[in-house]
Design a protein around this ligand. Structure first.
Ligand code: C2E
Ligand code: MG
Ligand code: MG
Ligand code: MG
Length: 283
């Protein structure tokens, strides 16, 4: 009986594995086609100054429709990473975001756009050169580009990434540590890193206002190191209120706005500049 049960389990397990491998293979070949056809899209989620509500910038987020369904970047970015397709996808994201930032700056006024950078992109020896070339090609002032790198990616190999981060920073690009608080940053490491912004991970914002320990700690740390702070995933008025009171600089989340298609984001930029409500860029 035990043997049968074991056998059944084995059969069940392999079938599940096969299904998963199949899904994965279809995702992979779909991704390859999408890369060739450039069939991705960027949406833009606004960020506002906590104290005033003024627009401070956007985060560009990739979208992909495959076989009629929207696939979450949380599902396909890891596959793109494993296959190396992320290099080309990441280059497209960078180009598209810079093209958009330049157009908005010319038509309305300068608004920074943040782009997410994955582990493999950052580790690519040509990455900082690529960023420089893309900025040049699109005539994008470097201060309009912010690069978001997750804490775990930076901290996994700080010494290896440091020269790249320094080169990017020297270009005038701003660097944000994304999903901050989920990794293992030590104060000592953080102090050496050429970064400008800490983004408090959504999970800690979600704990507000009842369990504010981590958010408080991150805000205190940022103040100490003169880094600017962004809270991601702000969904309630209570969270917004707590964060503004605690001195968090910038807010981002569904409460303020969902990620928007380029045209809707542009309308927001236009309105902000028409009403003189965009935040002036620091030099
Ligand atoms: P992330 O960079 O931490 O982006 C924040 C994610 O939280 C986005 O999910 C955003 O839509 C979502 N979000 C924003 N506000 C709220 C909120 O109030 N509540 C909730 N529940 N969620 C909120 P999205 O767009 O699905 O992206 C997921 C992750 O995929 C991103 O996390 C980022 O790590 C990665 N990603 C997205 N676009 C790109 C890209 O162009 N390149 C790379 N390398 N990674 C990307
Ligand atoms: Mg991000
Ligand atoms: Mg994040
Ligand atoms: Mg996050």
């Amino acid at each position: 009986a035990a043997k049968t049960a074991g056998g059944d389990r084995f059969v069940f397990y392999t079938r599940e594995m096969t299904d998963r491998a199949e899904i994965r293979l279809r995702l992979e070949s779909g991704l390859r086609e999408a890369v060739a056809a450039r069939s991705f899209e960027l949406v833009y989620q606004p960020k506002i100054e906590a104290a005033s509500g003024r627009l401070t910038g956007f985060e560009a987020l990739i979208r992909w429709r495959h076989e009629g369904a929207a696939i979450s970047p949380a599902d396909f970015i890891p596959v793109a990473e494993d296959t190396g397709l992320i290099i080309e996808i990441g280059r497209w994201v960078l180009e598209e975001a810079c093209r958009t930032a330049t157009r908005w700056a010319l038509d309305h006024g300068p608004v920074p756009v943040a782009v997410n950078v994955s582990a493999r992109q950052l580790a690519d020896p040509g990455f900082s050169r690529l960023v420089e070339q893309v900025l040049q090609r699109h005539g994008t002032p470097a201060r309009l580009l912010e690069l978001e790198i997750t804490e775990t990616v930076i901290m996994k190999d700080v010494r290896h990434h440091l020269p790249t981060l320094n080169r990017l920073r020297a270009l005038g690009v701003r660097i944000a540590i994304d999903d901050f608080g989920t990794g293992y940053s030590s104060l000592a490491y953080l102090r050496q890193l050429p970064v400008d912004v800490l983004k408090i991970d959504r999970s800690f914002v979600n704990d507000l206002p009842h369990a504010p320990d981590i958010a408080s700690t991150v805000l205190a740390l940022a103040q100490r190191l003169l880094l600017s702070t962004v809270a991601e995933g702000v969904e309630t008025a209570e969270q917004r209120h707590w964060l503004a009171e605690a001195g968090c600089d910038v807010l981002q989340g569904y409460l303020i706005s969902r990620p928007l298609a380029a045209e809707a984001a542009e309308a927001m930029v236009m309105t902000a500049f028409a009403r003189d409500e965009a935040l002036p860029l620091s030099a």
